[in-house]
Design a protein around this ligand. Sequence first.
Ligand SMILES: Cc1cc2nc3c(=O)[nH]c(=O)nc-3n(C[C@H](O)[C@H](O)[C@H](O)COP(=O)(O)O)c2cc1C
Length: 397
Amino acid sequence: MAFILPSGAMSLADGTGPESLDAYRARGGYEGWERARVLDPGAVVAEVEAAGLLGRGGAGFPTGAKWRLTRAAPGDGRYLVVNGAEGEPGSMKDRLLMACAPHAVLEGLLIAAHALEATAVLFYINDEFAAAIAALTEAVAALPGVPGAGPWVDRLTLVPETHVYIAGEETALINVLMHEPAQPWHKPPYPSDRGYHGSPTAVNNVETLAAVAALWQHDRKWFQAWNPALFSVSGDVQHPGVYERPVGYRLDRLLADAGGPPAGHTFTAVLPGGYSMAPVFPQEFDVELESTALRTLGSGLGASIIAVASNRTLGMVAHDILEFFARESCGKCPVCVKGSHNLAAALAPAQQGPLSDEQLTAVLAMAAKYRKKGICSFLDSAAQVAHAVTPHLGALG
Ligand SMILES: Cc1cc2nc3c(=O)[nH]c(=O)nc-3n(C[C@H](O)[C@H](O)[C@H](O)COP(=O)(O)O)c2cc1C
């Protein structure tokens, strides 16, 4: 199934290259924009809300509701900010999407801009994504050839920025766009109330916008039946890459599609929400990849799916994750700087072998102490992963 990506596009290495405007049109591209642009903007918002599209940037917030709230907030201007940061370890879907299907992102962007009646659109992109930047630049240059797109071209700015992990968080990202340090602010205010220069702002992930385009190319019924999503599968699988599958596809099937574990090994865990969510274990692999089912296992969806097999230990992986958090803490909240470093240090012995009962108890107590601390979810994610993994790091596994 390929509705979002051109068929066959699975990684930047497969040579698919950027899809031209003509090629995108040949598979129904911009038909959704044609339909949406003649409708009242409020009706477009209502339709996206009724379709039940959830954001693909990690938090899974309902897209239509975000647009409705942004439209309802008072302010001089109203902004659409596009999140092309993709800093989550293991995630490769957004850069592939932007590089291979730039028009799918732009079609969703046009529909969103119309629905929001946006003053301007700021498109943040990690400046390491050279192929994506080139593809988007070319696609934007072709936009005047799309009926009704012309007026939006002048209001759209592509902003390639030197990237740090926290800049993907929506408030930090808005700060970067305002030439402030890449640090989050305490919510509220939410960007939908007061975002870019104090004006109501909707921040959307690039895949969310491509899903908006797919929805409008078809219809609500189709969308609810297919709900296409891009899953970045990495770690210990034979064929890492981006897999377009419906939301709710079973994890064990996705792992099989990705070729299974390395030869001679078995899976020991999967991080279905990347570094930000708790792992799930083999007896749980029949779970459907959607937030409610994963929540019942104490986990969730995020931006990437990372497999762990018996060729390395869970202790090594846990320590890598906590080291990542310690390295990437933006420094704004002392509790986050200290907490992420303390968690990484406490899990360091897990690289060598099983933790003792005392060590297990100490890590669990520390993880509990750092839950829900700091002004964004960064430290909470680190504590959540430590809390979920640690019981599996003792001698009895
Ligand atoms: C530490 C952190 C990093 C994030 N990084 C990204 C990112 O790289 N890309 C992204 O789209 N969202 C990222 N997010 C989520 C954004 O804050 C925001 O929820 C998302 O862009 C909203 O888009 P959506 O509603 O279309 O999913 C991150 C969140 C946190 C807490």
